[in-house]
Design a protein around this ligand. Structure first.
Ligand code: ATP
Ligand code: MG
Length: 277
């Protein structure tokens, strides 16, 4: 986003849910790609050692010498690992299994939760939006993402246990807000893999709406979305006419409208600058 001073700084959104397989990576990849097609310079940071966001954008494990692991442990700067993806305007900071080791290596570092926040500072002026794909846990990697973000986006699969996990997630977000990142906001919940024929899905959706902002754009269960990663392509390159692609394009439009209407932009990142000094 451009501000009146001509200065730009990215809005940083992390995609978080400690429950596995709810559509975090699918959302991070396809939302980032859809935002990039709206002519926003977009960076997708892979904070999951599974590396699925990287491979889903066509960046294969083993082809990169330096990854987000090297950034987190302070060996290289963020710009040294960022690669251009196949979608114009989309860039990726890839991850590999190496990232598992970061948690252990940083265990004695008192600033271990602020590593990503510090690293993002060096690229924040170069992008309009940064998305962070998180692993299915509330461990140090996810806490780094929460500390670095302006906003949290929560993909939710409408199942019986979906709400239980949310309580735990909100408690973690509150802890980060009360400490490292007071301006952190919950952007909202995205319903994923939605099956309108399933009554329970509707009931869970209604319940979630009582507690959170839920995006109107719902992502349907769509086999094309599950096929696209094996081709290393976001859905808009794989099958733009599919319901999955249309879902993520609509979500991107809704998110951009919401943030622009509210005048939301990336926070001035002084806190991290101070922490670095
Ligand atoms: P993890 O917790 O392991 O990181 P995740 O939350 O990132 O998982 P995804 O990897 O995005 O979840 O999705 C889990 C599986 O469901 C994948 O095989 C993915 O291709 C598939 N999937 C995700 N969204 C959809 C959808 N809307 N329709 C069909 N399949 C989907
Ligand atoms: Mg994932």
């Amino acid at each position: 986003m451009r501000d009146p001073m001509g200065e730009s700084r990215a809005r940083v959104t992390c995609v978080v849910n400690q429950k596995g397989g709810v559509g975090k990576t699918t959302t991070a990849v396809n939302l980032a790609a859809s935002v990039a097609t709206a002519e926003k310079r977009t960076l997708l940071i892979d904070m999951d050692p599974q590396g699925n966001a990287s491979s889903g954008c066509g960046v294969r494990a083993g082809t990169r010498e330096r990854t987000i692991y090297d950034v987190i442990i302070g060996e290289v700067s963020m710009s040294e690992v960022v690669v251009e993806a196949t979608v114009p305007g989309l860039f990726v900071a890839p991850a590999t299994q190496d990232l598992v080791a970061a948690e252990l290596e940083l265990v004695d570092d008192p600033k271990r939760a602020l590593k990503l926040k510090e690293a993002i500072l060096s690229v924040v002026d170069q992008f309009d939006h940064v998305f962070i794909d998180c692993p299915p846990s509330l461990g140090l990697l996810t806490v780094n993402a929460l500390a670095a973000a302006d906003a949290v986006l929560v993909p939710l699969q409408c199942e019986y246990y979906a709400l239980e996990g949310l309580t735990h997630l909100m408690a973690t977000i509150d802890r980060v807000k009360n400490g490292m990142n007071p301006s952190l906001e919950v952007e909202g919940v995205v319903l994923t893999m939605f099956d309108p024929r399933n009554n329970l899905a509707h009931q869970v959706a209604e319940e979630v709406k009582k507690h959170f902002f839920v995006f109107e754009s719902v992502i349907p269960r769509n086999v094309r979305l599950s096929e696209a990663p094996s081709h290393g392509k976001p859905i808009i390159l794989y099958d733009v006419s599919s319901k999955g692609a249309q879902g993520y394009l609509a979500l991107a439009r809704e998110l951009l409208l919401k943030t622009e209407r509210d005048g939301k932009r990336g926070a001035k990142r002084k806190a991290a600058a101070g922490a670095r000094a």
